[in-house]
Design a protein around this ligand. Structure first.
Ligand code: ADP
Ligand code: SF4
Length: 685
């Protein structure tokens, strides 16, 4: 198909200093969790995006010196010449597809706690970064940099830039964002110096200016020099002669960098979850930059709509459409627009599971794109599939995330696929969960897959078809995949962090009851020891109709959502909804009028008025069908059924990302002759 001329502007080349981006699709630097220890995994991950049409593909943070050591969080290094080869693997891979390769040179300053290198963290004035999350806390306060430290830092940046050029990068970054060292110099809270690097905005900008200058000197006219800068805090500070200090910094540096890469300051606003922020949420902060520079500007905003992207260009907000999450969810997003297939874009849902991978210290995982991070080690290409090895038919029972993903992948391989679900509509858990506050965008998981399945000659879809054992036996498929999901249980939580006995009684509910339409009588207590999004979203939803108390065994509401940048926003939303939050408490009893709570450490009791208790704790597989089928032994053979496999939550209950990956893995491995679950191990160069 031909490209819609409406989107032509997105395919114009853009000059960035001495290099030219072939189009406006720019994969900004983002963490991949892959480090120099997984060079082939990393090169293939980035290459796939170049192949998918991204005109520029960048690395994540690349440390320039051991005094910038984020361990145990993953980061890459260009500390000496031995690091060059690992990066060259990525630049060569990106160049094979005509894209430019960018490198985000990085010094973390007071935010790098140097747990491995054990060097005192560096900072403008000895001001620490004070994390609110224990995983990021450290006990070593930073040292104030003297002139010799500043000279050394400029040298490390120059050395890093020279190595970056040798590795084949086209765009080399100075990174003054997200709390890291050059950013700390810009902000008066961190920078309390009285020398020429502190005080006035000109002085606070001096280090960034010098970093740009030494980088340019190091790379000569071979590479462009980009400045990545966070503008949220600076924009909130009134300027002397301009609306804000952000305006002043941009005006001072105006045409010095070849490219402005502009962003927000903290992960929850920079990489804002869709629950709390819409596409394009950075615009009110960064909209002014283009007016103050003649150099191209790139920015992000979870852009997945090509019309939205064009409007950014036409309205003069951005020159290049930055993408991190949209490029993970669909590495082929630009190509699909170019080929008039924009309706096929697998749109990012803004769940931030990808970010959680970085917090977990592992290679990136994505809810929408199960092939992310698997390109090299499992050989999974997002758009290419091994053809079917037989003409066998596959029956998939259950059309939730795992069943639908399995169906799409088998269908793309060419298998004859039938999906049956007892519910009147496909989507599984998403049918209920997307009705909760902020979760509508997550419906894209089902919508994209159904869009891929509908209209395919080799796919039959049967909603409203509850399948019993006999239905399966009569279905005339050689292979049966059971994707029947999981059930929430009424289990409580024991003092030693195990699930305890189930709580019986009237008006004790689980999310399944709410999904089935139960309207709990208030006041309601929501007891959460699942710790992800669901209990918080349910509490927020129920609070629209009456009093809700939210109780958790953890120290925060929806504690695991720290990993997805949602936690501060969950607290804000619950506060706004009037939900009372009780942390470090477990429910010990409920008599229909009151719930008894026990402090998880001291056991101290307190009581809350409660007519309905919603327990969001443990899920168990809904595998009755699977077990009943297994028990039929010889009858299966007689019915021509050669395999029965459980996938997704029916196999092991998890988040949607796990269910999608499980469904995809089954479909990739099906009749492929490979060992189940195996992958090739990468090793450092
Ligand atoms: P997952 O996350 O693993 O995809 P879900 O719970 O989201 O699991 O989806 C499971 C789906 O399976 C639900 O839509 C449910 O209606 C369907 N299902 C469960 N048991 C049967 C059955 N016996 N016959 C047909 N559909 C079923
Ligand atoms: Fe988007 Fe979620 Fe995938 Fe991240 S994990 S890219 S937020 S869909």
């Amino acid at each position: 198909m031909a490209r819609n001329p409406r989107f032509d502007a997105l395919f114009e080349p853009v000059r960035i200093g001495p290099v030219t981006a072939p189009n406006r699709f720019y994969q900004v630097p983002h963490a991949s969790g892959m480090t120099n220890a997984l060079p082939r995994v990393r090169a293939a991950f980035r290459e796939t995006k170049a192949e998918g049409g991204w005109g520029v593909v960048c690395t994540g943070a690349v440390s320039i010196h051991p005094s910038s050591d984020d361990s145990p969080l993953p980061f890459a290094t260009l500390w000496d010449d031995r690091d060059i080869r690992a990066h060259a693997l990525m630049t060569e891979a990106v160049h094979r597809h005509g894209a430019l390769a960018g490198v985000e040179l990085w010094h973390g300053g007071a935010c790098s706690l140097n747990r491995t290198s054990r060097i005192a963290p560096l900072s403008p004035s000895g001001m620490p970064w004070l994390s609110t999350h224990v995983g990021f806390m450290g006990n070593l306060r930073p040292r104030a940099m003297d002139r010799a430290d500043i000279t050394a830092l400029l040298g490390w940046q120059a050395d890093g830039a020279r190595r970056a050029r040798a590795a084949g990068f086209d765009i080399v970054y100075v990174y003054a964002g997200m709390g890291y060292l050059p950013y700390e110099f810009l902000l008066p809270e961190y920078n309390r110096r009285s020398d020429e690097y502190g005080g006035s905005i000109e002085n606070r900008t001096r280090l960034v200016r010098e970093l740009i200058e030494v980088t340019r000197e190091a790379v000569g006219d071979r590479c462009a020099v980009a400045l990545r800068i966070s503008l949220e805090e600076l924009r909130a500070k009134p300027g002397r002669n301009a609306p804000s200090e952000a305006h002043e910094v941009v005006a001072l540096l105006a045409d010095l960098p070849d490219l402005w890469d502009v962003k927000m300051d903290s992960s929850p606003t920079d990489c804002a979850p869709s629950r709390f922020a819409a596409e394009g949420s950075h615009e009110p902060i960064i909209d002014f930059v283009k007016k103050l520079t003649r150099k191209p500007v790139v920015g992000v905003g979870r852009f997945t709509s090509p019309d939205f992207m064009v409007s950014q260009i036409k309205r003069g907000v951005l020159d290049l459409i930055g993408g991190a999450r949209p490029s993970i969810a669909d590495p082929f997003l630009p190509k699909k627009i170019d080929e008039g297939r924009e309706h096929e874009i697998r749109e990012c849902i803004g769940c931030n599971i990808c970010i959680s991978s970085w917090h977990d210290g592992v290679p990136v995982r994505c809810t929408q794109n199960p092939t992310a991070g698997e390109e090299w080690r499992r050989g999974w290409h997002p758009e290419r599939f091994a053809p079917a090895a037989s003409s066998d038919g596959v029956l998939i029972v259950g059309g939730g995330p795992s069943g639908l993903e399995c169906a799409v992948t088998l269908a793309r391989r060419g298998y004859r696929v039938t999906v049956a679900d007892g519910a009147p509509e496909f989507g599984g858990r998403l049918r209920f969960e997307t009705r909760l506050p902020g979760l509508k965008t997550w419906g894209r998981v089902a919508d994209w897959r159904l869009g891929q399945l509908r209209g395919r000659a080799n796919v039959s879809l049967y909603p409203g078809s509850e399948m019993g054992v006999d239905d399966v036996l009569m279905s005339e498929h050689a292979h049966v995949v059971v994707a029947t999901g999981a059930r929430w249980s009424r289990m409580l939580y024991s003092t030693i962090e195990f699930p305890a006995e189930e709580l019986a009684g009237a008006r004790v509910y689980t999310p399944d009851d709410l999904a089935a339409g139960v309207e709990p009588e208030g006041p309601v207590v929501v007891f959460d020891f699942d710790n992800y999004y669901l209990a918080g979203a349910i509490a927020e939803d129920l609070a629209r109709r009456g009093r809700v108390d939210y109780v958790t065994t953890a120290g925060n509401a929806s504690a695991w959502t720290f990993m997805t940048n949602e936690l501060p926003l969950v607290h804000r939303a619950l506060g706004k909804a009037g939900v009372a939050i009780h942390t470090l408490q477990r429910v010990t009893a409920f008599d229909g009028a009151e719930v008894v709570l026990g402090d998880v450490f001291t056991g101290a009791e307190k009581r809350l008025a409660c007519r309905s208790l919603v327990i969001v704790g443990v899920r168990t597989p809904r595998d009755d069908l699977y077990r009943s089928l297994e028990a039929r032994g010889a009858e299966l053979e007689a019915a021509g059924i050669r395999s029965i496999t459980r996938i997704g939550d029916a196999d092991a209950p998890g988040a949607i990302v796990h269910a999608v990956h499980s469904g995809h893995r089954f479909a990739r491995e099906f009749e492929s002759g490979g060992a189940t679950g195996s992958y090739t191990r990468d090793f450092p160069i």
